[in-house]
Design a binder for this molecule. Structure first.
Ligand code: ADP
Ligand code: MG
Length: 339
């Protein structure tokens, strides 16, 4: 019989990959914010219009890109962050898959301006449905601006599936919180339809939390600190009397990356046993540092699920650390820590 297998053209492959990486505007926000952080930005601006359906723009003052890199960054598996498989076990960046920009450019209209500090002129580039339609040298400040318009313009089914602007904005805000909490020393500005939602100066962890969730949060926080050979834990839990019926202010960060972990959540809840009702949840902002070689973050495209080498020890340490902090909170004055 005749051969029937063909390699998919790049723009089709990119569109398929985009389905995994980009579920909704908030996914784009996450990817662009993480790229800005990986670029070493000190200040990051997020600009949204109509729940991200019309515009998602991230402006950073990071390292920028050369004209060639600007073009290459939209190719699939194009990344400056890893070079070989072993690098996966020693990641210091948010990104590494080299998929986000290729995916986003396959399903939206993207306009980029970028310039490394050392160059006189930067690059202005437009790409739509994986096709570069414009590239020119341009006068632009150091750093990168990435504007994503008309998300899912070529996938009507996906576009119709999007929720109201308000709901999409809530998802975007959740992503923004996660990134801003993980990087308190980076300043963030967040505008929606022209009005400023957040203006977060460079701060320590406690002040970043309070800036996001309001000044009344300050008195709710109990510091948590522990150092063991397998994990360093810092952060805060909220006092038991502030436990809520609804879930919400619960954050785990592993090596400054927000993650979801029902298992670790259970460890924290177990530490509150007897102090809160069984149908309510404690709030927490917990920052865990582990050896990058002891985790695998490559099990899911959005990288919010992580596999740990030694889950059981982590569980036990977390639980006893939180328990210890709870036992101390009304005797010790609230401590602060810088980073
Ligand atoms: P990844 O982040 O996994 O490497 P992306 O598709 O998100 O993949 O980005 C591709 C590449 O484009 C990055 O590796 C980086 O070199 C470059 N890049 C993307 N965004 C920025 C930015 N804001 N500033 C500087 N370089 C960037
Ligand atoms: Mg990336």
């Amino acid at each position: 019989m005749a051969d029937i297998i063909k390699l998919l053209p790049d723009h089709v492959a990119n569109q398929i990959a985009a389905g995994e990486v980009v579920q909704r505007p908030a996914s784009v926000v996450k990817e662009l914010l993480e790229n800005a952080i990986d670029a070493g930005a000190c200040t990051i601006k997020l600009i949204i219009k109509d729940g991200g359906k019309i515009l998602i723009q991230v402006v950073d003052d990071g390292m920028g890109m050369s004209a060639t890199d600007a073009r290459l960054s939209f190719e699939r598996h194009a990344t400056s962050k890893i070079q070989k498989a072993e690098d996966l076990f020693n990641l210091n960046t948010k990104g590494f898959r080299g998929e986000a920009l290729a995916s986003i450019a396959a399903i939206a209209h993207v306009e980029m301006q970028t310039k490394p500090e050392s160059e006189e002129l930067g690059t202005h580039l437009k790409i739509e449905g994986s096709k570069i339609i414009f590239q020119e040298a341009s006068v632009t400040p150091k750093g990168t601006s990435m504007a994503v318009k008309n998300l899912f313009f070529n996938i009507p089914a996906r576009r119709n599936f999007l929720k109201s602007n308000q709901v999409e904005l809530r998802h975007i805000t959740d992503e923004f919180h996660r990134v801003a909490l993980a990087h308190p020393t980076i300043a963030f500005h967040f505008y929606n339809n022209g009005s400023e939602l957040f203006n977060l100066p460079s701060d320590n962890y406690r002040k970043r939390i309070v800036n996001i969730f309001g000044s009344r949060t300050n008195q709710k926080l109990v510091p948590v600190e522990e150092e063991t050979p397998i994990v360093v834990i810092k952060g805060f839990i909220t006092k038991p009397e502030f436990a809520k019926k609804s879930r919400g202010e619960q954050f785990f960060f592993i090596n400054n990356r927000f993650i979801k972990s029902p298992y670790l959540h259970h460890a924290v809840v177990a530490a509150f046993e007897g102090l809160i009702k069984s149908d309510s949840y404690p709030g927490y902002f917990l920052y865990l540092e582990v050896d990058p070689a002891s985790i695998d973050i490559n099990i899911h495209p959005t990288k919010t699920e992580i596999k740990f080498d030694d889950e059981h020890s982590l569980y036990a340490i977390l639980r006893s650390t939180v328990k210890h902090s709870l036992g101390q909170f009304n005797v010790a004055p609230a401590l602060d820590f810088e980073h």
